[in-house]
Design a binder for this molecule. Structure first.
Ligand SMILES: [Zn+2]
Length: 159
């Protein structure tokens, strides 16, 4: 049986699927801001969706890997929980997420994923910084060391 690891957006926007095949993490519950989303989440739980804590060791692995791809700044604690859970069920699951940073880390971890609404990214990306004035590229920082202008975050293709 294939499981679907579901991030918050699945419950916020709704997803047509068998809720008994859904697995999510407790932190997702806190992201249900609207009454509709909260209700969708509760109904999913009552109809078989499993809510499981992520494994702390797997979580650590996800964090260190997302530092390498520089996605870590983009990931919420909930995203990391979701990724850890998806990794745990890597062989039997598909991660449902529209979040590009989550998709990026998922592809590095070899997790299969499907977008809920958006198209999925084609390549593994690495984040970098680019000066808004002189356009020089850097790995990190907020200010251009050459001309002093602010740096903007840009996606850099890795593979
Ligand atoms: Zn510059």
């Amino acid at each position: 049986m294939t499981f679907y690891i579901t991030d918050s957006a699945v419950f916020i926007y709704g997803y047509d699927g068998d809720t008994s095949q859904f697995i999510t993490v407790p932190a997702v519950r806190n992201e249900m801001k609207s009454q509709e989303a909260a209700m969708r989440f509760e109904i999913a739980c009552e109809t078989g969706t499993r809510v499981e804590q992520p494994d702390p060791d797997i979580r650590k692995k996800v964090v260190s890997l997302s530092k390498e791809t520089r996605d870590v700044e983009e990931l919420s604690d909930t995203d990391i929980d979701i990724l850890a859970k998806a990794y745990e069920y890597k062989d039997d699951s598909i991660l449902l997420t529209d979040d590009y940073a989550v998709q990026n880390v998922a592809s590095v971890l070899g997790i299969k994923f499907q977008p809920i609404a958006q198209k999925k990214i084609k390549d593994v990306l690495v984040w970098g910084k680019k000066c808004t004035a002189c356009r020089r590229k850097f790995d990190k920082g907020d200010e251009c060391p050459v001309c002093g202008s602010p740096l903007k975050k840009v996606r850099r293709r890795k593979l």
